[in-house]
Design a protein around this ligand. Structure first.
Ligand SMILES: NC(=O)c1ccc[n+]([C@@H]2O[C@H](COP(=O)([O-])OP(=O)(O)OC[C@H]3O[C@@H](n4cnc5c(N)ncnc54)[C@H](OP(=O)(O)O)[C@@H]3O)[C@@H](O)[C@H]2O)c1
Length: 210
């Protein structure tokens, strides 16, 4: 549900989005800020903000494991808002490096992420393993295939994979060189038609707009 539906301001926020957008507009007018972006906002919040100061981009989680945000794409297209896909590798799951919950540092949220919990974890491991086949057929890794899939979803989509390794930055950047055919996309769709197994957040932590 959009946080702003039926509310003068987003739930849990004492500041109306119009006030936020107005403040950013003042900063843009003063030459101190170039663009206005939102993260994890719903359609109504985006429209309200956009009416005050055009929104350049929305950043929200999007990957082969997380497809909820696709429902916002018509709104983004209508308003001309770009899209930054965060956690495009499913927080690292779609790389073949996922470990079971409990094997990460104590502060790592993947320990409590539903997709890492027993039951979901094994199914997600299997799905990522199956992605290895269309990836290998193109001579690329599953990570690069997952990023290429995102790029193939629309011109307005820019994935921002996170990594602490320069070699992986290069590996991931080469996803832009991968052209997926209809057959590639169909093979990927067969493996992960609607997303990964398990919700993206534990109960009680779901963003308001969902
Ligand atoms: N707006 C928001 O609310 C929000 C929320 C979450 C994240 N973000 C942003 O989104 C970006 C990325 O998200 P994320 O880091 O959560 O998830 P991600 O990009 O889906 O996955 C990152 C994980 O994948 C691993 N990885 C990356 N490339 C790899 C490769 N080629 N092969 C194997 N493993 C690879 C990384 O490990 P290594 O480091 O060991 O390579 C890291 O553990 C960050 O810039 C983050 O700040 C924004």
């Amino acid at each position: 549900m959009d946080a702003a539906i039926g509310c003068p301001r987003p739930i849990n926020s004492p500041v109306a989005i119009e006030d936020v957008a107005g403040t950013v507009k003042d900063l843009i007018d003063a030459g101190k800020v170039k663009y206005f972006g939102l993260s994890e906002a719903g359609p109504r919040t985006i429209r309200r903000a956009h009416a005050v100061q055009p929104v350049s981009v929305l950043q929200t989680e999007y990957s082969l494991f997380e497809r909820d945000v696709e429902r916002l794409f018509p709104t983004l297209q209508e308003l001309g808002v770009g899209f930054v896909a965060y956690s495009p590798l499913g927080r690292g799951f779609i790389t073949g490096t996922a470990k079971p919950a409990g094997q990460y540092d104590a502060t790592d949220m993947r320990n409590t992420d539903p997709r890492w919990q027993p039951g979901n974890f094994e199914k997600n491991i299997e799905a990522v393993g199956r992605l290895g086949k269309p990836a290998a057929a193109k001579g690329i890794t599953a990570s690069r295939l997952a990023l290429a899939w995102l790029l193939a979803q629309g011109e307005h989509i820019v994935p921002i994979p996170g990594t602490r390794s320069a070699a992986r930055v290069r590996e991931n950047a080469h996803a832009a060189d991968v052209a997926l055919t209809d057959a590639d996309l169909a093979a990927i769709h067969e493996i992960l038609p609607t997303g990964g197994f398990g919700a993206r957040y534990a109960e009680g932590h779901v963003p308001d707009w969902v």
